[in-house]
Design a protein around this ligand. Sequence first.
Ligand code: FHN
Length: 444
Amino acid sequence: MNMGKYITLVAALFVFTGRAEYKPEPWNIKAREEFAAKRFGVFIHWGLYANYAQGEWYLQHGKLDESAYSRMMYGFYPSRFDAREWVRIIKGAGAKYITITSRHHDGFSLWPTKVDDGYNIANTPFKRDILGELASACREEGIQLNFYYSLMDWHRADYPAGFLTKTIPFARERKPDYAAYKRFMLGQIAELIDSYRPGVIWFDGEWEHAREIDGKFTRTLDWQLDSIYDFIHERRTLAANNNHQPIRAREDIQLFERDLPGENAEGFSKGQTVALDRPIEQCDVIQKNVWGYKIGEKSFRSAPEVVAMVVRAAAKDSNLLMNIGPDGSGQFPAEAVSAMAEVGRWFAVNGESVYGTRAGGVGKGRQVVSTRKGDDVLYLHFLDPEVDAFSFRFSGKVASATLLDGGRPVDAVCSADGTLAVTLPEAGQNSRFDRVVKIRVADR
Ligand code: FHN
């Protein structure tokens, strides 16, 4: 479209809707691209709930009284918290960024915020600025830090309680006032951005006021999200929203909770069409079924499972954000630490087949998937230890085909009918893990 036509179109839209069509700025597009290239991040759900060790929803699931739950602030002392150690483990796993709950639904803030009623880390016996320490450690190690931020709040009286928040026994008088609550959120977001320079503000909880009621999609609160997103963008930070809805113009990253983009296996992504013009991120849990640490949950994902999840996500043009819930002492569960170390060993050898790649476009269900770098390199990921061969339609010429781990040549035979048949050499010792074949495509 030439510039004249574009200006006319924008002007027409402005007259028609009263506002100009949103157009991301160049910094914003660049930040999106850099985010997408990272492909693997670690989510951290941590707050007062870690002390109860019953998952991050314990206040609501445990049918607790909010005033009783929040007293844990006076007993929060994670004596083993060491931001550098967290970052060492995460970086060692091959992850390129961290997204931590600055404030989850329970409303407790992990930094010494000046704009709340005192429900934050500064008033615990621990006192230390957790986000500040983590931000410094991330900066030292070149890891991006992002902040999860809950829109829904189970603690503040001015938050207009939706269907879930209403179920929580609340000792004070509720005085819903969205204007006041929004001012509070913007004050916190400005603090977070100015103090710690995150890459992304990652929202959650909008869904308490946007959901199906009697078969009809209904909004029970106007969150005024566009103005919140503009506020974040003015500060050169990306905005994302885990709202389980189709993406909006101002949202920089499309989020899928526990579902691969376009699949709705967990039922969170009904009606969420896949955005083709935005980075995508799938989040999931390493300690199964919970985000915040739960002492009785013994089931953890293994390293090959985590690798397969990252790879399957990358093969769908998506990042994977794998969650770890530290315990009340401030440490990651031992099972997660050992799995992540193994994941890191896989990434040290095979990382190039994930970082900075795009969807490869060929594959066989969940067993074989692919990623690519431009038109020159295709990576075939053999995720099922039982599958050692794969054929697909291929119009180019193969310059070389090798196993990424060790560099052994791989049989890659082109047929006259335009099929490329790839057969792995004998399965290596590493076959619990994704085996990657790197195919270099010859110049035409
Ligand atoms: O309710 C939260 C849950 O605790 C967790 O934070 C996840 C992460 O994606 N999001 C919500 C559920 O959609």
